[in-house]
Design a protein around this ligand. Structure first.
Ligand SMILES: NC(=O)c1ccc[n+]([C@@H]2O[C@H](COP(=O)([O-])OP(=O)(O)OC[C@H]3O[C@@H](n4cnc5c(N)ncnc54)[C@H](O)[C@@H]3O)[C@@H](O)[C@H]2O)c1
Length: 206
């Protein structure tokens, strides 16, 4: 039986409630900012006064995202970056600090799903598919986290995108599952290293 929640009072209350964050004038770097969770995060934070630096590999979607945030009155800089390329990531974070003067927070949301998802078992995995997913989802997050922590001398907050696939085993989903387990391990390790500098590192697992 399906239950339609759309017209319930609870659903209406949620849909009319925008969560409030104390982010006015905070500078927040967001990867994968051209779509999905990254764009929603950038839009919400910009609407509440944060200066958002969005980056993505998809130039067209990135330009549309930046224009939309700007048109709504937000402060945004947009940069085409490939998270797989450490030099591009380092240059992006340096540019964010040169433009806005500091880095207060980051959301590392760029991620990919392999072509083989729900198809290939471990015995069928293709090397290039495996490498692509791990390069973006785990090495890419490491490149971003490393650059961001280097800039956050003291105090800050970083959120990485893991997944429910980072919390258990999933058949025909090994590459993505491994990458998201990796994000959780990376997040926990970094959090222990920088807690004494007042930097929080967390991840979401939708
Ligand atoms: N949406 C979900 O239900 C869900 C569930 C679990 C985990 N996640 C994770 O949350 C994150 C965001 O998911 P989403 O649904 O918003 O995805 P999405 O596909 O809408 O957005 C991801 C963005 O990352 C960008 N990207 C991909 N490769 C890149 C690269 N090499 N360099 C820079 N940018 C790159 C894409 O162009 C895209 O704009 C991902 O890491 C995803 O694995 C999402």
């Amino acid at each position: 039986m399906s239950v339609d929640l759309i017209e319930t009072e609870t659903a209406k209350a949620f849909s009319h409630t925008t969560p409030l964050f104390n982010v006015a004038d905070k500078v927040i770097a967001i990867t994968g900012g051209a779509s999905g969770i990254g764009l929603a995060t950038a839009t919400l934070l910009a609407a509440q006064g944060a200066k958002v630096a969005i980056m993505d590999l998809n130039k067209t979607h990135l330009e549309t995202a930046a224009a939309t945030i700007k048109a709504a009155g937000g402060t945004v800089m947009a940069t085409v970056v490939n998270v797989r390329d450490a030099a591009q990531v380092d240059a992006w974070i340096a540019d964010v600090v040169a433009t806005f003067g500091k880095l207060d927070g980051a959301a590392n949301l760029a991620g990919v799903i392999p072509k083989s998802i729900n198809i290939d078992r471990v015995e069928d995995l293709k090397d290039e598919d495996w490498k692509f997913v791990l390069d973006v989802n785990i090495t890419g997050v490491m490149h971003c986290l490393r650059a961001q922590i280097r800039e956050m001398k003291k105090k800050g907050s970083i959120v990485n995108a893991a997944s429910i696939a980072g919390l258990g085993g999933f058949a025909k989903n090994a590459a993505y599952t491994v990458s998201k387990h990796g994000v959780i391990g990376l997040t926990k390790s970094a959090a222990k290293e920088v807690a004494d500098r007042g930097i929080r590192v967390n991840c979401i697992a939708p």
